[in-house]
Design a protein around this ligand. Structure first.
Ligand code: ASP
Ligand code: MG
Length: 415
């Protein structure tokens, strides 16, 4: 008998038919003799709808009230799923994060989990019940409701799996597997049977929207074997995300993705003195703005240009804090480029294989695409290109690295 955590995303519980369908996948696992804990997101686009509703009332709603509001979505889906399972003849009980004891930091709208109590869940499991836990939400030590940030139920599921030392965490979603690229953009994308945590983490960070990056970090830290699989085809084994040591092969390139939500900020004619970069990036970090690619280029007359990318949601805030810094350090001008996409290639096997970067640049050059910025890490290379070229860039890189599927294309992306 194993302990299995299953997670169902919003699309997998979007209406009563899908909830009954999810119940089938739960019951199948339970009837196989396993203990099952299920983590659920809000139904369909509920969270988006609640965000929109709040926006109609206030342009800047208080984050505590936003958490009160958004956490309500998961209360609806857990109770309905518990009913569906009971209706099919199995014992089930739904639980909010406050009832379980999913303790987070005292930060609203993007809290991190600090502890998960297992005693109450365990008591229900010992009584042979299926436990349905609300994803995305937590509670602070003084009883305030928090949320983990959009898409956070993946993280809830993995953290619960880690706390309970589950044998497996199955994330049910609306795709059958992880692919070498988003099949809606690159129709020849191939399925991957296995990827490493490191590769998945980079892919999630660079724009592959299949798993929430923090869930992968948590899985990596606690060595929780993750399986991404389809809630519409529960026989399909999906893709396994595991530690490097369990990987059989290293491909130079595992997958590619594009992030269309970055903007580039350039600060021109920054005096070439120690401390200016620290001042610029220190200010951004104090204001909680994450910076991605950074380049500094030499100009004449002891001035440099410094350019970097931030998420488009952080743009206004970044510009307002940087304008003060610009005046202080006596830089000439701040210039914004909105028309960019970050195209990235990820693969743990590129570490000992020279030529992967060159291959990516070749692919872009053959497609006549200009590169605006480059950054690399151990297992990732990213290039900034014009937004309208992103799709072509992905297709060209995909082909260059021979990732195009040899199979009849799996017409299996369900939505
Ligand atoms: N319902 C939340 C959201 O839409 C959490 C999740 O789906 O993972 O962001
Ligand atoms: Mg969701």
């Amino acid at each position: 008998m194993a302990l299995v955590v299953q997670k169902f995303g919003g699309t997998s519980v979007a209406d009563s038919t899908r909830i009954k369908n999810a119940a089938k996948a739960v019951i199948k696992e339970y009837r196989n003799g396993n203990k099952v804990v299920v983590v659920v997101s809000a139904m369909g686009k509920t969270t988006d709808y609640l965000v929109k509703l709040a926006g109609e009332i206030s342009p800047t709603p208080c984050t505590r009230e936003m958490d009160m509001l958004l956490s309500s979505g998961e209360q609806v889906s857990i109770s309905l799923l518990a009913m569906a399972i009971q209706e099919a003849g199995c014992p089930a009980v739904s639980m909010l994060a406050s009832q379980i004891g999913i303790i987070t930091e005292s930060v609203h709208s993007r809290a991190r989990i600090v502890d998960i109590k297992t005693d109450k869940i365990q008591k229900h499991l010992d009584a042979n019940k299926i436990v349905i836990a609300a994803g995305f939400q937590g509670i602070t030590p003084d009883g305030e409701i928090t949320t983990l940030g959009r898409g956070g139920s993946d993280t809830s599921a993995v953290a619960i799996a880690a706390a309970l030392k589950a044998q497996r965490c199955d994330i049910y979603t609306d795709v059958n597997a992880i692919y070498t690229a988003d099949p809606r953009i690159v129709p020849k994308a191939s399925r991957l049977d296995q990827v490493s945590y490191g590769e998945m983490l980079e892919l999630a960070r660079v724009g592959a929207k299949v798993l929430h990056p923090r869930s992968v970090e948590t899985a990596k830290q606690f060595k929780v074997p993750l399986r991404l699989r389809s809630s519409f085809n529960i026989e399909d084994p999906g893709t396994l995300v595991v530690g490097d040591e369990n990987m059989e092969i290293y491909r130079p390139v595992t997958g590619i993705a594009a992030d269309l939500k970055q903007v580039r900020i350039a600060i021109l004619k920054v005096p070439d003195k120690p401390g200016v970069a620290a001042r610029i990036f220190g200010t951004l970090s104090e204001n909680n703005i994450s910076v991605d690619m950074i380049i500094q280029s030499m100009e004449e007359d002891e001035v440099n240009n410094i350019a970097f990318t931030v998420h488009e949601n952080d743009l206004n805030n970044a510009i307002s804090v940087l304008e003060r810094v610009r005046q202080e350090i006596k830089a000439a001008e701040i210039v914004v480029d909105n028309n960019i996409a970050k195209v990235s290639l990820v693969g743990a096997g590129m570490v000992d294989r020279p030529g992967v970067a060159a291959g990516m640049f070749d692919a872009l050059s053959e497609a006549g695409i200009n590169i605006k910025m480059i950054s690399t890490s151990e297992i990732k290379i990213s290039c900034l290109v014009a937004k309208e070229k992103a799709e072509e860039a992905l297709k060209s890189i995909h082909k260059k690295f021979d990732l195009d599927t040899k199979d009849q294309h799996p017409n299996e992306i369900i939505n």
